[in-house]
Design a protein around this ligand. Structure first.
Ligand code: LMR
Length: 350
C-alpha cells in the first residue's frame, strides 16, 4: 500500500467552483460533459469521483472498471477517475452526481439517506451483520433492489453494491468498556444511525467528510473515529491515533450509482458494454475487499504506531447491550418493511 499521506483537495478546484455556481443558479445541466452520442472524435466521457485512495478495494475496482469499459467500447467511452476527494468531498459528490457534473460515484451506503430516505441507514445499525455473507445476502436480494429503486426519483440510478468491510474504532485513549467513550469527540459519516450510536455510547458525534479526518485528529479537534482498516491505513489515520480496538461493530459498503439522465441517454450497445464492465469490476471488488482489510490491519499492527486491542466477547456484549436503544430510535426514520426484511435475513436485533 502507498504509505504517503494522500493528497486531498483543500482548495476549490475549477470543477468545484463551477458546481457551486450551478447550485447557486439552479441551472439545468443538460449540456454537461459526457452527454450526447459517441463519435470517433468525441468519446463519451464518464467521470467517476470517489473519496478514497486508488490502492483501496474501491480504488482498484474503479480502475478495473475504467480498463474494461474503455476496451469493451473500443475507445468510444473514456472513463476519468478522480480518487481521494480530489474533485469533491463526501456530500459534494452527491450533489455533483445529481447535477451531472460527474456521472458515476460509489459513496458509502451511510451517505445515501439524503437521496433515498432514511432506509439506507439500516446498514449502519451496530452489530447488524454477523459476517460478510450476511451483508451480501441482504444487498443481493429484494432489500438491495428496493433500496436502489428509491434513488430513481432523485435522478440517480443504482447499479451495484461494493463491499468494504467491518469497522473498528480508534481514539487517543483505549476503548474497552462503554465508559471509555464518555465525552469523546468521534467522527462519523453523515448518518443519523451513526450519530445515535455515538451518543448512545456517551460520546459526541462529529459528522465530517473523510478528507478532513486526518487533520482533525492530528490537531486534536477530534479524539477518535470509526472506519475499516483499509481506510484507516490509506488515510494514515493510525499516524494520529494512539489506540485502536478491533470491534467489528458496524459494516461499511458502497453503492455504485450514476446520473440517471446520462445513463438513460447512452446508446444501448454502449450501456450494455458498461453494465458488463461494471458487473466484472464489482465481482473483482467484492472478491478483494476482505483480504485488503485483513492485510491493512496487519500493516497497522506492524507499524507499532498505536496499541491494537481486540475486543473480548464480554466487552462486545456490553457494547451490544448499551447500543440496543439505537435500534428503537432508528424506527423513527427507517421503514418497518426494511427493518423487517433485514430481521428476517439476519435474525432479530442483538
Ligand atoms: C468514510 O467517509 O469514512 C467512508 O465512507 C469513505 C469511503 O468511501 O470508504
Amino acid at each position: 500500500m502507498n504509505h504517503t499521506r494522500p493528497l486531498t483537495a483543500t482548495q476549490p478546484t475549477a470543477a468545484r467552483r463551477t458546481l457551486t455556481r450551478w447550485i447557486a443558479g439552479g441551472l439545468a445541466v443538460a449540456a454537461l460533459a459526457g452527454y450526447g452520442p459517441a463519435s470517433a472524435q468525441t468519446p463519451i466521457v464518464l467521470q467517476f469521483s470517489h473519496v478514497v485512495t486508488p490502492d483501496t478495494a474501491k480504488g482498484k475496482a474503479a480502475l478495473r472498471f475504467k480498463e474494461l469499459a474503455e476496451s469493451r467500447t473500443g475507445g468510444k467511452v473514456r472513463v476519468e477517475i478522480y480518487p481521494n476527494s480530489q474533485l469533491y468531498k463526501d456530500r459534494e459528490e452527491l450533489d455533483a452526481l445529481r447535477l451531472g457534473a460527474v456521472q458515476m460515484i460509489a459513496p458509502s451506503l451511510s451517505k445515501l439517506a439524503s437521496l433515498g430516505g432514511g432506509d439506507f441507514e439500516v446498514f449502519d445499525l451496530p452489530f447488524l451483520f454477523k459476517d460478510r455473507a450476511a451483508f451480501r445476502a441482504a444487498v443481493n436480494g429484494p432489500v438491495g433492489a428496493s433500496l436502489l429503486g428509491k434513488l430513481e426519483p432523485h435522478g440517480v440510478k443504482g447499479l451495484a453494491f461494493w463491499d468494504n468491510g467491518f469497522k473498528v474504532f480508534s481514539a487517543n485513549r483505549p476503548l474497552q468498556s462503554v465508559d471509555d467513550f464518555k465525552a469523546l469527540k468521534v467522527r462519523v459519516q453523515a448518518s443519523r444511525v451513526l450519530v445515535s450510536q455515538m451518543k448512545t455510547l456517551g460520546a459526541q458525534a462529529s459528522v465530517s467528510p473523510l478528507a478532513n479526518v486526518y487533520e482533525a485528529l492530528r490537531s486534536g479537534q477530534l479524539d477518535g473515529q470509526e472506519n475499516t482498516p483499509t481506510n484507516i491505513e490509506t488515510q494514515r489515520l493510525h499516524d494520529v491515533q494512539r489506540h485502536l480496538t478491533v470491534s467489528n461493530h458496524g459494516y461499511l459498503a458502497y453503492a455504485v450509482i450514476v446520473n440517471k439522465p446520462f445513463w438513460d441517454k447512452l446508446p444501448a450497445d454502449i450501456r450494455i458494454a458498461l453494465e458488463g464492465a461494471l458487473h466484472d469490476a464489482s465481482v473483482f471488488e467484492n472478491s478483494i475487499a476482505g483480504a485488503e482489510n485483513t492485510k491493512a490491519l496487519e500493516h497497522i499492527k506492524a507499524s507499532g504506531k498505536l496499541t491494537v486491542h481486540t475486543a473480548t466477547p464480554q466487552e462486545l456484549n456490553q457494547w451490544r447491550t448499551a447500543l440496543l436503544p439505537v435500534y428503537k430510535e432508528a424506527q423513527g426514520w427507517i421503514s418497518v418493511e426494511t427493518l423487517r426484511a433485514l430481521d428476517a435475513l439476519n435474525g432479530p436485533p442483538p
